[in-house]
Design a protein around this ligand. Structure first.
Ligand SMILES: Nc1ncnc2c1ncn2[C@@H]1O[C@H](COP(=O)(O)OP(=O)(O)OP(=O)(O)O)[C@@H](O)[C@H]1O
Ligand SMILES: [Mg+2]
Length: 501
């Protein structure tokens, strides 16, 4: 593995070697040419100049030769020739080192020759011209091309190495990305598990509370209800007896006459059965409420049973009754029910009640928020009309219908303020809430999503737009079939722009 500085150093050395070896070849040709001109020159001054140029060229040749073999940091030569290059320098057939030394020696000898010796037959000149055009030239060509070959091979090795490095780093990046995704998934799973725990703890406390309250009320109510029918009979018997007395003794005396008058006995006798029967109706209603509370508190049962969806909705509305009533500073919230003819649905009734509870409680929160907020939009039926226009009645509309071939749909719509797209996009995320701390945990809808989609293989969708209200769609299969591919549905599939509440 090379570092960046090593790579750039290797590239520089390799370029220097190729350059310097190429220059050796060029110098051999140039010196031969100067030697020929020296011999031919008629001018003493020119000859002096040529001698000096020759000596300079020879010094450079010697320096380059030494640098190539032993190294020369000033021109970035490393001086570590390969075995092949060494053989070219020091072994037959090329013996380039010897050839160069001989050549340099001959050039020096010619440069030192007297003017008289400078003839075309000069043996030094003949040697030089011969070497420069045959043996030495061929040897220099061979070594230059070997240097080039080795340099190219080295470049390729570096490139291959770089490629391997890039591949390794790509693989490492991909592995890191996969690990990050795994960790993100693990975090999501953890959050979901945590949210389930928190919510089920919350619901279980509510269930326990309701079951306790229902149990406590149940005993005295049964007592009252059971005795009321006896009391009605006793009252009826007593009033019969009284009538008989009055018939038999029409003149009971002034004291009794006065009491009869002050008691308005005739009215009392007429009204008492009505009072008793309305007491019976009230007790009956309390019994029903207690029964609903007990049914609702069954929500911790994880059992699958055949559920009457309408009963679940009614029970939930009953629990929320107090929140729907008019309150200081706001009118009551009307719950409009448009129930279809639904079959019993195989599901975990407690969990499905929990979904209705979450959605209805959110709708009430939203309607309250809408009523508290200043009017701001021109939506026709929603709670934020044009300034000065009367606000429409806060309404929750619950529609149920059969879905062909074998499902049911419950649509719960409110004419509250609706949602901004950013809120809608995070609606089902665990812990997402826009409510103040202590009011919302942000778990209601994420739990509801798990219950409907993952536990029951149904669908949970939300349609909402600011100023247009909100509608939730809960779709459940009639036969229980938990979704195996839970989580395959993307968030955008469950979130759509609003339909009117
Ligand atoms: N009907 C609705 N109208 C407007 N906004 C809604 C409605 N239902 C839900 N939301 C928004 O979705 C957010 C998340 O709802 P969710 O039920 O998951 O949590 P929460 O109600 O804030 O808290 P929790 O239900 O845990 O007490 C809410 O804070 C609210 O901003
Ligand atoms: Mg909620």
């Amino acid at each position: 593995m090379y570092s960046l500085s090593e790579i750039s150093m290797a590239r520089e050395i390799s370029a220097a070697v190729v350059n310097v070896s190429g220059r050796q070849r060029m110098l051999s040709q140039r010196t031969a040419f100067f030697c020929l001109r020296l011999v031919c020159s008629q001018s003493a001054a020119e000859r002096e100049k040529l001698r000096s140029e020759l000596l300079d060229a020879i010094v450079l040749m010697e320096k380059s030769h030494k640098g190539l073999i032993e190294g020369d940091p000033s021109v970035k030569l490393a001086g570590n020739p390969s075995k092949e290059i060494e053989a070219m320098y020091f072994e037959p057939p090329l013996n380039l080192d010897r050839q160069l030394r001989d050549y340099i020696r001959e050039v020096r000898a010619l440069a030192a020759a007297t003017d008289a010796e400078l003839t075309k037959d000069n043996p030094h000149l003949r040697y030089i011209m011969n070497a420069a055009s045959t043996e030495l030239l061929a040897a220099l060509d061979a070594v230059v091309s070997q240097y080039q070959k080795e340099s190219e091979a080295e470049q390729q090795a570096i490139d291959r190495n770089q490629l391997a490095l890039v591949e390794q780093s790509c693989a490492a990046t991909a592995a890191a990305r996969a690990r990050t995704l795994e960790l993100q998934q693990a975090l999501r799973d953890l959050q979901e598990a945590q949210s389930l725990l928190v919510q089920s703890e919350k619901m279980s406390s509510l269930g326990q509370l309701l079951a306790g309250v229902a149990h406590e009320i149940n005993n005295p109510v049964t007592f009252i209800y059971g005795n009321l029918s006896h009391a009605i009979n006793y009252v009826s018997d007593l009033s019969e007896l009284l009538q008989l007395y009055r018939q038999r003794y029409p003149d009971p005396g002034s004291e009794i006459e006065e009491l009869i008058e002050s008691l308005e006995l005739d009215f009392l006798i007429e009204d008492l059965p009505k009072v008793m029967s309305s007491m019976k109706m009230g007790a009956d209603r309390i019994r029903q409420i207690v029964l609903s509370l007990r049914n609702f508190s069954r929500m911790n049962d994880a059992e699958i049973s055949r559920m009457d969806i309408h009963e679940g909705i009614e029970n939930t509305l009953l629990i929320l009754h107090n929140r729907l009533k008019p309150q200081a500073g706001r009118p009551g919230i009307q719950a409009v029910k448009e129930f279809g003819n639904l079959p019993l649905v195989e599901c975990c009734a407690g969990s499905v009640n929990q979904v209705f509870m979450n959605i209805l409680a959110n709708a009430i929160d939203a309607l309250e928020e809408g009523m508290a907020a200043p009017a701001r939009s021109s939506g026709k039926d929603n709670l934020c009309p044009m300034p000065h226009a009367p606000r429409p009645t806060p309404t929750i509309r619950i529609r149920t219908e059969v879905l062909r071939p074998d499902g049911v749909a419950v649509r719960i719509a409110d004419n509250g303020p609706g949602m901004e797209p950013e809120v809608l996009a995070q609606l089902f995320d665990p812990f997402f809430t826009t409510k103040p701390a202590g009011k919302g945990t942000g778990l209601g809808l994420s739990i509801s999503y798990q219950i409907v989609v993952e536990k029951h293989g149904g669908t949970l969708k939300c349609l909402s737009e600011p100023g247009q209200g909100t509608e939730f769609w809960v779709e459940l299969p009639v036969r229980h079939c938990p979704s195996p591919a839970s989580g395959t549905e993307s968030q955008s599939d469950r979130l759509q722009p609003a339909a009117r509440a």
